[in-house]
Design a protein around this ligand. Structure first.
Ligand code: IDP
Ligand code: MG
Length: 135
């Protein structure tokens, strides 16, 4: 059993896609073990995207992600990390495989609807950052 951190980005929340996106993970058999709607501070967004500090898109990304509410949730199940990444699809929606969340709903490379942790280390770090210690 594995857990991973997922986040519906501001344009997903604004466009009314919360139920649709969470539903995909429920139907896939994952258990939702934590969930919240929250507007991140700039500092929190910088910590979330720490690995990208210094890249040309970092400031824009941090401003965007802290501009409006997001939905954060944690799923649990077999191979949760890799499966969630696969369900999200490639970073650029234009390159994402048909049927993935980003292919279906992504607008552009920044507004790509969903974040999914990319490794065990990221999942652990991001769950702790946003939810603290979960039972
Ligand atoms: P990922 O979300 O697929 O793991 P990362 O490379 O970790 O992709 O980038 C984190 C987020 O930063 C992306 O989901 C996207 O919102 C944004 N991003 C990545 N590359 C670019 C870019 O070239 N221009 C603008 N935003 C980008
Ligand atoms: Mg990433």
């Amino acid at each position: 059993m594995e857990r991973t951190f997922l986040m519906i980005k501001p344009e997903g929340v604004e466009r009314g896609l919360i139920g649709e996106i969470i539903g995909r993970f429920e139907r896939r058999g994952f258990k939702i073990v934590a969930l919240k709607l929250t507007k991140m501070t700039r500092e929190c967004a910088e910590r979330q995207y720490e690995e990208h500090r210094g890249k040309e898109f970092f400031n824009d990304l941090v401003s965007y992600i802290s501009s409006a509410p997001v939905v954060m949730f944690v799923i649990e199940g077999e191979d949760a990390i890799a499966t969630a990444r696969e369900m999200a699809g490639a970073t650029d929606p234009k390159q994402a495989k048909p049927g993935t969340i980003r292919a279906d709903y992504g607008i552009d490379v920044q507004r790509n609807v969903i974040h999914a942790s990319d490794s065990k280390e990221s999942a652990y770090r991001e769950i702790a950052l946003h939810f603290g210690v979960l039972s």
